[in-house]
Design a protein around this ligand. Structure first.
Ligand code: C5P
Length: 239
């Protein structure tokens, strides 16, 4: 399968059409951005690591019954995916309070939440991806049916259950993550985009070391070393 036209360029990926109208190729870039693009840098090899990590996690989730857009990883920087009609909602799932949640609500950083918190953010860079509720989603016409919002929450929680248990066996706390979904050619909601240390927070269970994009956001050093460690743990023996 070869890349044809550039369909879309995001902060961390480019999407290309292919010979098959139902399939796209995602190219993972080495760019790192934070604070809605205000902070920008590049780290050679970051894209390939996120591609590999996403591939492993999509395979894991598929095997546990979560439908995803993943088809194949033809090489280091590319992923073959099903074409979807992307839903403009970023679904954020949280186990431990940190990041924007602590800033917005004054909850102490590191507080274990009493239950899994699912939030919706409007995927709109020009508005800074604002937090929205179910009624905003309906007003903005972001889903085909109202029931789809429940399906997004259900899938978010289910993905959390699977990944949290998986990473616990690898000595990592899954603090929170962001996922995106789309409608496939049959109108079914499937997991899209990526799941990587760019979109998840991982804290080492013993040391609390951050092994994710917060290293870049907070200027804590190379992300590549941390992302390599995450991949090593994913591929390695359980702890
Ligand atoms: O910044 P905040 O605390 O809201 O982020 C929650 C989770 O969602 C983090 O894991 C972060 O990496 C992810 N996220 C993302 N893309 C965004 C916003 C947040 O991947 N645009």
């Amino acid at each position: 399968m070869t890349k044809k036209e550039l369909l879309y360029e995001g902060k961390a990926k480019r999407l290309y059409t292919t010979d098959d109208p139902e399939l796209l190729i995602a190219e993972f870039k080495d760019d790192l951005t934070a604070f809605n693009g205000e902070k920008h840098d590049q780290e050679a090899g970051k894209g390939a690591l996120n591609n590999k990590i996403s591939t492993e996690l999509f395979k894991l989730l598929e095997s546990a019954g979560i439908p995803t857009h993943f088809v194949d990883m033809p090489d280091e920087n590319h992923m073959l995916v099903k074409k979807v009609d992307i839903i403009l909602i970023e679904v954020v799932v949280r186990n431990i309070a940190t990041g924007s949640l602590t800033k917005r609500l004054g909850i102490e950083d590191g507080t274990k939440l009493p239950f899994t918190l699912v939030e919706f953010y409007y995927k709109r860079d020009d508005l800074g991806d604002p937090l929205i509720n179910d009624e905003h989603c309906i007003i903005l016409d972001l889903v085909k049916n109202e029931g789809d919002l429940e399906e997004l929450k259900r899938l978010g929680r289910e993905i959390n259950t699977i990944l949290k248990a998986f990473f616990a066996k690898k000595g990592l706390n899954l603090v929170d993550f962001k996922v995106e979904f789309g409608y496939d050619s049959e109108g079914k909601i499937i997991l899209a985009d990526e799941i990587s240390p760019d979109s998840c927070r991982f804290w080492d269970m013993e040391t609390n070391e951050k092994l994710d994009k917060d290293r870049f956001r907070q200027g804590l050093g190379s992300v590549k070393v941390a992302y390599e460690e995450v991949l090593k743990r994913i591929l390695g023996e359980n702890k």
